[in-house]
Design a protein around this ligand. Structure first.
Ligand code: KG4
Ligand code: ZN
Length: 328
């Protein structure tokens, strides 16, 4: 069973080929065009996907060493994401499938992130997954590849947005999360205090935290800001990691499930990764962290979701529509 996966929900144009659930090729093209805007510009993202999609799929087929005619099904991201970007991927996937007379399989991007854990690990169900990206922050209980439940999510900004918006205020290019991570590594996380949001249960909120960050930084002179950059980043990152870990602890206590995974772009954050390893030692959690290339948006996770859907007899058709919002 050879599946071509297509991912285009945000600012990465990605394709992958999986044979019987094993990765043969995984190609991701980023979009530098957004770096000076402090965030993804939807129209620019759609256009970049349009120019990237054919070369990316071509390279994926070449790397996998198989002709297009050997593909058995095409899985693509149906949502959630930027509608224009999703349409580029879905149109390509549907055309490719139509030309070869093979099934097309729409996939939920958030399900893809959770299943990205199975690309490299043999992970036993059930497990908890904290999916943290530029668009989403969710704690999901996964009971089977196609049986998942959202236990809690953000009421406003996503964790990645909290990183990116803070980075913008500091004058750093988009995406700012990795840069904050780098500066934080050399800073004092106790120097500045940011209030933790009071959200019930497993719900998150990051917009108040972002406002307190803006208030702190705007009061500083440019010299002060430069001199304190590492400490600002370290203190801010520490509070975000603290919020994420405390919500995960609630999820573990509520469900009794101690297998804990993280996914999504923010799972690449070194503070979060080390806090989880610490929790593994101290609290006896069994922790699963994907390698960096499967944390951020990729098409292997979409192809793998497509594989499980196909095995369960679930495929789509040419009439399926893309959705900016798509519940898990
Ligand atoms: O999953 P992803 O690639 O795309 C979305 O679906 O959003 O996640 C991108 C997000 C961005 O907000 C980016 O700043 C954040 O992940 N990110 C990080 C790090 N690497 C990526 N945030 C904090 N620390 C990092 N090392
Ligand atoms: Zn994502």
């Amino acid at each position: 069973m050879v599946i071509l996966g297509i991912e285009s929900s945000c600012d990465e144009t990605a394709a992958a080929i999986l044979k019987d659930g094993k990765i043969l090729a995984n190609v991701v093209a980023g979009q530098a065009v957004h770096s000076s805007y402090g965030g993804v510009v939807p129209e620019l993202a759609s256009r970049a996907h349009q120019s990237n999609i054919v070369p990316v799929v071509h390279e994926t087929l070449k790397k996998a060493g198989i002709p297009g005619a050997d593909i058995d099904a095409v899985a693509y991201t149906q949502g959630p994401g930027l509608l224009g970007s999703l349409l580029v991927g879905s149109s390509f996937a549907k055309s490719f499938a139509l030309a070869l007379a093979i099934p097309v399989i729409p996939v939920n991007h958030m399900q893809g992130h959770v299943l990205s854990l199975l690309l490299e690990n043999t992970l036993t169900f059930p497990f908890l997954c904290l999916t943290v990206s530029g668009g989403h922050t969710q704690i999901v209980r996964a009971d089977a590849p196609l049986k998942m439940k959202v236990l809690g999510e953000t009421a406003d900004d996503a964790a990645g947005e909290a990183f990116d918006k803070a980075a913008k205020v500091l004058g750093l290019p988009y995406p700012g999360g990795p840069l904050i991570d780098q500066y934080a590594a050399q800073g004092d996380s106790k120097r500045f205090h940011f209030p933790k949001p009071q959200m019930p249960g497993m719900s998150f909120s990051f917009s108040g935290l972002k406002t307190s960050f803006v208030n702190l930084v705007q009061k500083m002179s440019p010299e002060e800001k430069n001199a304190s950059l590492n400490d600002i980043c370290a203190s801010y990152q520490a509070v975000i990691v603290d919020i994420l870990l405390s919500k995960l602890a609630i999820a573990v206590n509520t469900t009794g499930i101690t297998r804990v995974a993280i996914a999504g772009g923010v799972a690449a954050n070194s503070g979060l990764r080390s806090a989880l390893k610490e929790a593994e030692k101290r609290q006896g959690w069994e922790v699963f962290i994907p390698s960096m290339r499967y944390c951020t948006d990729n098409a292997s996770m979409i192809a793998l979701s497509g594989y499980y859907l196909y095995k369960s007899g679930i495929t789509g058709d040419q009439k399926d529509t893309s959705h900016a919002r798509l519940p898990l």
